[in-house]
Design a binder for this molecule. Structure first.
Ligand code: PMP
Length: 282
């Protein structure tokens, strides 16, 4: 069955959804995006996702095509029209279509596209098994805090992981883990402290990361926001990643080295349960 997608003010079957070949999202990745999870037909942490969208737009000097309330209404309508019970909603804003020129066009209208994707979130098999990752040099640009569609480095990293027979990749710069290719990275040090890199231009300020850290606060789980090395990661008692489309995935191996006993750890499992409980209750 074909999906209904949203393109610039219209809800159309996906076969009929069209964007210009001159769209700057296509030509320059001059575009930002958001992914919000949907659980039992409800948008999870969406206000925070739209606040980050506003920040990304601001950082690239692009005005929001619509007020936040209108965007939320369209997201909800798309979820309803597609009867999406569990999955994600993707939203992208580009600077629009114009003759190819690096300098911003003066009169282009931004392109706003949204579509849904079905995905098992709560009973995701990867949450039960945990994922295996490899480390890879962080070859991305200097503004990873902006959620742009320029994701070639992430595609290359995920492809390398796939070819290595594992699930994902962690980016490493100067011996320090920055983040996962599409998620934030956490380790549990042998002394019981949870560690994740501090916010800055090297990582995306993950919404799920922020919620998980708030849950750590509420449950008195000690954490530090600081860079951690690949050596610390290999020696960790647990590791996990967070993102809207995975919630919390335990990491059971890094570069072929088992983390802890090589099975999903109790802290990652507990934080995942707490996250789902909070998302369901909000
Ligand atoms: N880092 C990167 C590089 C990502 O692509 C993502 C997911 N888009 C995240 C972190 C996680 O962010 P969030 O929890 O908001 O999905």
């Amino acid at each position: 069955m074909s999906r209904i997608v949203y393109v610039n003010g219209e809800f159309v079957p996906e076969e009929e959804a069209k964007v210009s070949v001159f769209d700057r999202g296509f030509l320059f990745a001059d575009a930002v995006y958001e992914v919000t999870s949907v659980l039992r037909g409800r948008l999870i942490d969406n206000a925070a996702h739209l606040a980050r969208l506003a920040r990304s737009l601001d950082e690239i000097g692009l005005e929001s095509p619509l007020p936040v309330a209108d965007i939320t209404a369209i997201q909800q309508e798309l979820v309803d029209r597609n009867r999406l019970d569990e999955g994600v909603i993707y939203l992208q804003v580009s600077r629009g279509a114009a003759d190819r020129d690096f300098v911003f066009p003066e009169d282009a209208e931004p392109t706003l596209v949204m579509f849904t994707q079905v995905k098992e979130l709560e009973n995701d098999p990867k949450a039960r098994s945990g994922i295996r990752v490899i480390s890879t040099p962080d070859i991305r640009w200097g503004r990873c805090d902006i959620k742009t569609t320029a994701l070639l480095a992430a595609c290359l990293a995920k492809q390398a992981a796939s070819q290595a027979g594992v699930d994902d990749a962690w980016f490493v710069a100067d011996g320090l883990v920055t983040e996962g290719s599409s998620n934030n990275a956490f380790i549990l040090a042998p002394d019981g402290t949870l560690i994740t890199r501090q916010l800055g231009s090297e990582i995306l300020p993950g919404i799920t990361r922020q919620v998980v850290l708030a849950l750590c606060d509420e449950t008195n789980l000690r954490f530090e926001e600081r860079p951690f090395s690949l050596d610390e990661a290999w020696a960790a008692s647990e590791a996990f990643v967070t993102s809207a489309s995975s919630f919390v995935y335990p990491v059971v191996a890094i570069d072929g080295k088992a983390i802890g006993d090589g099975r999903p750890g109790p802290v990652a499992t507990r934080l995942r349960e707490l996250y789902i409980a909070k998302a369901s209750a909000d």
